[in-house]
Ligand binder design. Structure first.
Ligand code: HEC
Length: 295
């Protein structure tokens, strides 16, 4: 009995230590293909004049720089940035791993993992696909849902267009982090600006991910409404979702601002997101919509 008690205490302490440790360390995973899994790693593969200088967006190769160029043109003072191997590697790190903290918006605000595209099912799909790699990760839905008037069934297979290079443990350009007690997914440049070659499972760096279905993924999120500024939901539509009940009017007279009906708004946003063609992404916020709302 006593021994059992001690084992119990130890397990309890171990769990707490693990949990606190995970929260302090905030471990994460991002796919960054090594040279042998990349078709066109800029340093490891022969490429045209990657190294040299960048002068306000103008590329100057090492050869050109050594040749006729006036050395004073190549100074930092003149706006020239030296492009050496370390600098390219740094850029590659950012390209694959840097989310600029957007996991907070994508996971906590949009709820991209709180809808039927669960992290468990994405993980399962990755484990199945990683042997060969895929350019179109197929994920089973974890639950029934109606999004934008369309019925989705538990177990239905979604073509996300996410890519998994051969041997990777997650989708390309979708780093996963453990933070604030849960797993969070973010997005990096590589989700849209790199793709996996179907034949070899290798990454083609800089090629557009033409079948990435960002609209579908956003629509399946639990709070797609957070993205309404980039859809066709304008001030007029928003106003139509504010219910005309007497108590709302009364509150408005007392200086309160009435909010739109949550479900109607979510539904309208999802409807629009589901129309996005694969490989397309509306990144422009139409802020004038909000300005009109005030008037
Ligand atoms: C969710 C998808 C997505 C992500 C993530 C993304 N982009 Fe893009 N990007 C696009 C799309 C789509 C276009 C094309 C827009 C167009 O043609 O109107 C584009 C265009 C560009 C262009 C212009 C290319 C040209 O030919 O003019 C640059 C440069 C660019 N992105 C850089 C980046 C960088 C750097 C990052 C990471 C910090 C990034 N993008 C992340 C989708 C994305």
């Amino acid at each position: 009995m006593k021994r059992r008690y001690w084992i119990g205490i130890n397990i309890f302490v171990a769990v707490i230590v693990l949990y606190v440790g995970l929260n302090l360390l905030e471990p994460g995973y991002a796919v960054k293909p090594p040279a042998e899994l990349s078709f066109n790693h800029p340093i490891e593969h022969e490429m045209n004049d990657v190294l040299g200088y960048d002068i306000w967006g103008l590329s100057v190769s090492e050869k050109e720089a050594k040749g006729e160029m006036d050395p004073s043109m190549l100074s930092l003072h003149n706006g020239a940035v030296k492009i050496d191997a370390a600098f390219v590697e740094k850029g590659r790190d950012l390209f694959y791993e840097k989310t600029f903290n957007n996991e907070v918006y994508i996971t906590d605000v949009l709820g991209v993992l709180d809808g039927p595209l669960s992290i468990m099912n994405i993980g399962k799909a990755v484990l199945q696909a990683r042997k060969e790699g895929t350019d179109n990760l197929k994920v089973e839905l974890a639950e029934d849902a109606i999004e934008g008037g369309r019925e989705f069934k538990k177990g239905e297979v979604m073509e996300t267009g996410l890519d998994v290079p051969k041997g990777a443990f997650g989708p390309l350009g979708m780093p996963i982090k453990f933070k604030e007690g849960r797993l969070k997914a973010g997005v990096t440049c590589a989700a849209c600006h790199a793709t996996v070659d179907r034949e070899t499972g290798k990454v083609i760096e800089g090629a557009p991910n033409a079948d990435f279905d960002a609209g579908l993924i956003l629509a399946l999120a639990s709070n797609s409404t957070a993205y309404f500024t980039n859809t066709d939901v304008d001030a007029e539509k928003l106003k139509s979702f504010i219910s005309e009940q007497e108590w709302v009017k009364e509150k408005e007279r007392n200086g309160y601002v009435a909010l739109p009906n949550v479900q109607a708004l979510e539904d309208a946003v999802d409807r629009n997101l589901l129309q996005w063609p694969k490989g397309n992404f509306d990144s422009t916020m139409d802020l004038h919509q909000l300005v009109h709302l005030k008037g």
